[in-house]
Design a protein around this ligand. Structure first.
Ligand code: GTP
Length: 238
Protein backbone atom coordinates (compact mmCIF):
# COMPACT_ATOMS: atom_id res chain seq x y z
CA UNK A 1 0.00 0.00 0.00
CA UNK A 2 1.24 3.50 -0.83
CA UNK A 3 1.30 4.56 2.83
CA UNK A 4 4.17 2.15 3.44
CA UNK A 5 6.26 3.37 0.56
CA UNK A 6 9.63 4.63 1.58
CA UNK A 7 10.34 6.44 -1.65
CA UNK A 8 8.31 8.82 -3.72
CA UNK A 9 10.62 8.88 -6.73
CA UNK A 10 13.53 6.60 -7.61
CA UNK A 11 16.22 6.35 -10.24
CA UNK A 12 16.77 2.76 -11.29
CA UNK A 13 20.02 2.12 -13.13
CA UNK A 14 19.88 -1.17 -15.01
CA UNK A 15 23.12 -2.61 -16.25
CA UNK A 16 22.90 -3.47 -19.94
CA UNK A 17 25.19 -6.40 -19.38
CA UNK A 18 22.82 -7.85 -16.79
CA UNK A 19 19.97 -7.83 -19.34
CA UNK A 20 21.85 -10.34 -21.47
CA UNK A 21 21.34 -12.99 -18.78
CA UNK A 22 22.78 -16.29 -19.93
CA UNK A 23 22.84 -15.26 -23.58
CA UNK A 24 26.30 -13.69 -23.61
CA UNK A 25 25.09 -10.91 -25.91
CA UNK A 26 21.98 -8.81 -26.49
CA UNK A 27 18.88 -9.21 -24.39
CA UNK A 28 17.52 -12.31 -22.69
CA UNK A 29 13.72 -11.99 -22.99
CA UNK A 30 13.28 -13.88 -19.71
CA UNK A 31 15.42 -11.39 -17.80
CA UNK A 32 13.72 -8.47 -19.52
CA UNK A 33 10.26 -9.77 -18.65
CA UNK A 34 11.22 -10.41 -15.03
CA UNK A 35 12.66 -6.90 -14.71
CA UNK A 36 9.58 -5.36 -16.33
CA UNK A 37 7.26 -7.28 -14.03
CA UNK A 38 9.00 -6.03 -10.90
CA UNK A 39 9.34 -2.45 -12.08
CA UNK A 40 5.69 -2.61 -13.08
CA UNK A 41 4.63 -3.87 -9.65
CA UNK A 42 6.46 -1.03 -7.94
CA UNK A 43 5.05 1.55 -10.37
CA UNK A 44 1.52 0.25 -9.84
CA UNK A 45 2.00 0.72 -6.09
CA UNK A 46 2.66 4.39 -6.72
CA UNK A 47 6.45 4.69 -6.77
CA UNK A 48 7.58 7.08 -9.48
CA UNK A 49 10.24 5.22 -11.44
CA UNK A 50 12.87 6.75 -13.71
CA UNK A 51 15.15 4.27 -15.46
CA UNK A 52 18.54 4.63 -17.06
CA UNK A 53 19.68 1.55 -18.89
CA UNK A 54 23.26 0.79 -19.87
CA UNK A 55 24.40 -0.66 -23.18
CA UNK A 56 27.23 -3.01 -22.26
CA UNK A 57 25.34 -6.03 -23.61
CA UNK A 58 25.94 -4.59 -27.08
CA UNK A 59 28.90 -2.26 -26.86
CA UNK A 60 31.10 -0.72 -24.23
CA UNK A 61 32.78 2.52 -25.26
CA UNK A 62 35.47 2.36 -22.60
CA UNK A 63 36.73 -1.03 -23.74
CA UNK A 64 36.59 -0.68 -27.52
CA UNK A 65 39.60 -1.69 -29.60
CA UNK A 66 42.70 0.45 -30.07
CA UNK A 67 42.28 2.72 -33.05
CA UNK A 68 38.62 3.50 -32.44
CA UNK A 69 38.43 6.98 -31.01
CA UNK A 70 37.05 7.01 -27.48
CA UNK A 71 34.43 9.65 -28.31
CA UNK A 72 33.16 7.61 -31.28
CA UNK A 73 33.11 4.44 -29.20
CA UNK A 74 31.08 6.23 -26.55
CA UNK A 75 28.55 7.40 -29.15
CA UNK A 76 28.15 3.81 -30.33
CA UNK A 77 27.60 2.83 -26.69
CA UNK A 78 24.93 5.52 -26.36
CA UNK A 79 23.10 4.09 -29.36
CA UNK A 80 23.28 0.67 -27.70
CA UNK A 81 21.47 2.04 -24.64
CA UNK A 82 18.65 3.25 -26.89
CA UNK A 83 18.06 -0.28 -28.19
CA UNK A 84 17.75 -1.48 -24.60
CA UNK A 85 15.46 1.44 -23.73
CA UNK A 86 13.03 0.56 -26.53
CA UNK A 87 12.94 -3.13 -25.60
CA UNK A 88 12.42 -2.31 -21.94
CA UNK A 89 9.61 0.05 -22.90
CA UNK A 90 7.94 -2.69 -24.87
CA UNK A 91 8.33 -5.20 -22.01
CA UNK A 92 6.86 -2.74 -19.51
CA UNK A 93 3.91 -1.96 -21.73
CA UNK A 94 3.22 -5.70 -21.98
CA UNK A 95 2.83 -5.55 -18.19
CA UNK A 96 0.29 -2.78 -18.60
CA UNK A 97 2.58 0.00 -17.38
CA UNK A 98 2.50 3.39 -19.09
CA UNK A 99 5.97 4.44 -20.20
CA UNK A 100 7.82 7.13 -22.07
CA UNK A 101 11.31 6.91 -23.54
CA UNK A 102 13.38 10.08 -23.73
CA UNK A 103 16.77 10.19 -25.38
CA UNK A 104 19.67 12.53 -24.75
CA UNK A 105 20.49 12.47 -28.47
CA UNK A 106 17.53 13.41 -30.63
CA UNK A 107 16.00 10.56 -32.57
CA UNK A 108 12.50 11.96 -32.72
CA UNK A 109 11.13 9.26 -34.98
CA UNK A 110 11.56 6.66 -32.27
CA UNK A 111 11.47 8.50 -28.93
CA UNK A 112 10.91 11.85 -27.28
CA UNK A 113 13.92 14.07 -26.80
CA UNK A 114 14.97 14.58 -23.19
CA UNK A 115 13.07 17.51 -21.72
CA UNK A 116 13.44 17.72 -17.96
CA UNK A 117 10.11 19.32 -17.12
CA UNK A 118 8.28 16.94 -19.40
CA UNK A 119 10.00 13.95 -17.80
CA UNK A 120 8.83 15.20 -14.40
CA UNK A 121 5.24 15.50 -15.65
CA UNK A 122 5.36 11.96 -17.00
CA UNK A 123 6.58 10.70 -13.62
CA UNK A 124 3.87 12.63 -11.80
CA UNK A 125 1.31 10.95 -14.04
CA UNK A 126 2.64 7.54 -13.03
CA UNK A 127 4.52 6.78 -16.23
CA UNK A 128 7.82 4.98 -16.03
CA UNK A 129 10.32 7.17 -17.88
CA UNK A 130 13.24 5.42 -19.53
CA UNK A 131 16.23 7.51 -20.48
CA UNK A 132 18.32 6.47 -23.47
CA UNK A 133 21.64 7.69 -24.88
CA UNK A 134 23.25 8.32 -21.49
CA UNK A 135 24.13 11.96 -20.96
CA UNK A 136 24.38 12.52 -24.71
CA UNK A 137 28.07 13.32 -24.31
CA UNK A 138 31.08 11.02 -24.62
CA UNK A 139 33.44 10.34 -21.70
CA UNK A 140 30.55 9.82 -19.29
CA UNK A 141 29.23 6.49 -18.07
CA UNK A 142 25.58 5.53 -17.93
CA UNK A 143 25.99 5.48 -14.13
CA UNK A 144 26.87 9.15 -14.41
CA UNK A 145 23.87 9.71 -16.69
CA UNK A 146 21.66 8.08 -14.05
CA UNK A 147 23.16 10.23 -11.28
CA UNK A 148 22.71 13.36 -13.40
CA UNK A 149 19.10 12.60 -14.33
CA UNK A 150 18.50 11.56 -10.74
CA UNK A 151 19.70 14.93 -9.50
CA UNK A 152 17.71 16.79 -12.16
CA UNK A 153 14.55 14.90 -11.26
CA UNK A 154 15.12 15.21 -7.53
CA UNK A 155 14.90 11.48 -6.87
CA UNK A 156 14.99 10.07 -3.34
CA UNK A 157 17.40 7.28 -4.14
CA UNK A 158 19.68 5.87 -6.82
CA UNK A 159 19.12 2.11 -7.24
CA UNK A 160 21.96 0.38 -8.98
CA UNK A 161 20.81 -3.04 -10.18
CA UNK A 162 23.80 -5.21 -11.01
CA UNK A 163 25.00 -8.79 -11.24
CA UNK A 164 26.31 -8.88 -7.65
CA UNK A 165 24.53 -8.78 -4.29
CA UNK A 166 26.12 -5.55 -3.15
CA UNK A 167 29.49 -4.04 -2.29
CA UNK A 168 32.12 -6.41 -0.87
CA UNK A 169 35.26 -5.69 1.11
CA UNK A 170 37.26 -7.46 -1.60
CA UNK A 171 36.55 -9.19 -4.91
CA UNK A 172 34.16 -12.10 -4.11
CA UNK A 173 35.14 -13.83 -7.37
CA UNK A 174 38.74 -14.11 -6.15
CA UNK A 175 38.27 -14.36 -2.40
CA UNK A 176 35.78 -16.82 -0.85
CA UNK A 177 35.96 -14.92 2.46
CA UNK A 178 34.80 -11.65 0.91
CA UNK A 179 32.21 -9.96 3.12
CA UNK A 180 29.30 -7.95 1.84
CA UNK A 181 29.07 -4.51 3.39
CA UNK A 182 25.53 -3.39 4.28
CA UNK A 183 26.16 0.27 4.81
CA UNK A 184 28.89 2.56 3.54
CA UNK A 185 29.63 6.23 3.26
CA UNK A 186 30.30 7.92 -0.07
CA UNK A 187 33.83 8.60 1.13
CA UNK A 188 34.44 4.87 1.80
CA UNK A 189 33.64 4.14 -1.81
CA UNK A 190 35.85 6.92 -3.09
CA UNK A 191 38.84 6.38 -0.81
CA UNK A 192 38.87 2.59 -0.79
CA UNK A 193 38.39 2.44 -4.54
CA UNK A 194 35.63 -0.17 -4.15
CA UNK A 195 34.65 0.10 -7.83
CA UNK A 196 30.95 0.44 -7.13
CA UNK A 197 30.58 3.06 -9.81
CA UNK A 198 32.86 5.64 -11.34
CA UNK A 199 33.90 8.68 -9.37
CA UNK A 200 31.91 11.16 -11.45
CA UNK A 201 28.71 9.27 -10.69
CA UNK A 202 29.37 8.80 -6.99
CA UNK A 203 30.42 12.45 -6.63
CA UNK A 204 27.17 13.62 -8.23
CA UNK A 205 25.18 11.46 -5.82
CA UNK A 206 27.16 12.70 -2.85
CA UNK A 207 26.88 16.37 -3.81
CA UNK A 208 23.15 16.03 -4.26
CA UNK A 209 22.55 13.88 -1.18
CA UNK A 210 21.19 10.97 -3.16
CA UNK A 211 21.69 7.65 -1.36
CA UNK A 212 22.87 4.79 -3.56
CA UNK A 213 21.64 1.21 -3.18
CA UNK A 214 23.63 -1.49 -4.98
CA UNK A 215 21.77 -4.78 -5.34
CA UNK A 216 21.46 -7.95 -7.40
CA UNK A 217 18.88 -7.78 -10.16
CA UNK A 218 18.82 -11.54 -10.66
CA UNK A 219 17.47 -12.27 -7.16
CA UNK A 220 13.71 -12.64 -7.68
CA UNK A 221 11.75 -9.85 -6.02
CA UNK A 222 14.83 -7.71 -5.39
CA UNK A 223 14.00 -4.87 -7.77
CA UNK A 224 10.52 -4.58 -6.39
CA UNK A 225 11.73 -4.77 -2.78
CA UNK A 226 14.44 -2.18 -3.41
CA UNK A 227 12.07 0.20 -5.21
CA UNK A 228 9.55 -0.14 -2.40
CA UNK A 229 12.14 0.76 0.21
CA UNK A 230 13.24 -2.54 1.75
CA UNK A 231 16.51 -1.56 3.41
CA UNK A 232 17.65 -5.18 3.69
CA UNK A 233 18.34 -5.34 -0.02
CA UNK A 234 21.95 -4.88 -1.11
CA UNK A 235 24.41 -2.25 0.11
CA UNK A 236 23.34 1.29 0.94
CA UNK A 237 25.82 4.13 0.44
CA UNK A 238 24.89 7.47 1.96
P1 GTP B 1 0.69 14.33 -21.74
O1 GTP B 1 0.66 15.55 -22.54
O2 GTP B 1 1.16 14.56 -20.34
O3 GTP B 1 -0.52 13.48 -21.78
O4 GTP B 1 1.92 13.44 -22.30
P2 GTP B 1 2.00 12.57 -23.60
O5 GTP B 1 3.38 12.05 -23.64
O6 GTP B 1 0.91 11.57 -23.71
O7 GTP B 1 1.78 13.65 -24.73
P3 GTP B 1 2.08 13.70 -26.22
O8 GTP B 1 0.77 13.93 -26.87
O9 GTP B 1 3.18 14.66 -26.38
O10 GTP B 1 2.65 12.28 -26.62
C1 GTP B 1 1.85 11.24 -27.13
C2 GTP B 1 2.75 10.11 -27.54
O11 GTP B 1 3.69 10.55 -28.51
C3 GTP B 1 3.57 9.53 -26.41
O12 GTP B 1 3.68 8.12 -26.57
C4 GTP B 1 4.95 10.15 -26.58
O13 GTP B 1 5.99 9.35 -26.10
C5 GTP B 1 5.00 10.29 -28.08
N1 GTP B 1 5.87 11.41 -28.44
C6 GTP B 1 5.81 12.68 -28.00
N2 GTP B 1 6.80 13.43 -28.53
C7 GTP B 1 7.51 12.61 -29.32
C8 GTP B 1 8.65 12.77 -30.15
O14 GTP B 1 9.26 13.82 -30.27
N3 GTP B 1 9.08 11.66 -30.83
C9 GTP B 1 8.45 10.47 -30.73
N4 GTP B 1 8.93 9.44 -31.43
N5 GTP B 1 7.37 10.28 -29.97
C10 GTP B 1 6.91 11.32 -29.27
Amino acid sequence: PPSKLQYRRVMLKLSGEALQGGMGFGVDPKVLTAVAREVGTAAKQGVEVAVVVGGGNYFRGASAWDGLERATADYVGMLATCMNALMLQSALEKQGVATRVQTAIEMKEIAEPYIRRRAIRHLEKGRVVIFGAGTGAPFFSTDTAAALRGAELDVDVFMKATKVDGVFDCDPAKNPDAKMLKRLQYSDVMIQNLRVMDETAITLCKENDIPVVVFNLYTPGNIMRALCGDLNVGTTIC
